[in-house]
Design a binder for this molecule. Sequence first.
Ligand SMILES: [Zn+2]
Ligand SMILES: [Zn+2]
Length: 124
Amino acid sequence: MECPKCHSTMEEVTYGRNMVIDRCTNCKGIWFDAGEAETLKGKWMSEFIDSGDPEVGRKYNKIEDVDCPRCGKRMLKVSDPKQSHIWYEACEEHGMYFDAGEFTDYKYETLMDKFRDFLIGHRG
Ligand SMILES: [Zn+2]
Ligand SMILES: [Zn+2]
């Protein structure tokens, strides 16, 4: 598969017994098939797959107009409802793409995020 952002080759990285994600060999962005990111978020040590440099990730995060690596349709830029500073790309049918460092961020809600939630209050 080709990286939707920098068009380098993506390599398969296995987590556990049967979860395979695709990681870019160049920018280290990660592609999760539908449902995988949510599943992996709760798994022990799953952040090890996010081995890229967050600095590089921030650079690639600015790339707009990213096409789904599976179907070629334009992906939506989505912000995580719990952590609004995280923006990832999503194809409704196929999955989502995180820049380097974003998955780790997605997995661990930071203290600031929790603090902000506390200030805003829980809306149901
Ligand atoms: Zn890439
Ligand atoms: Zn797609």
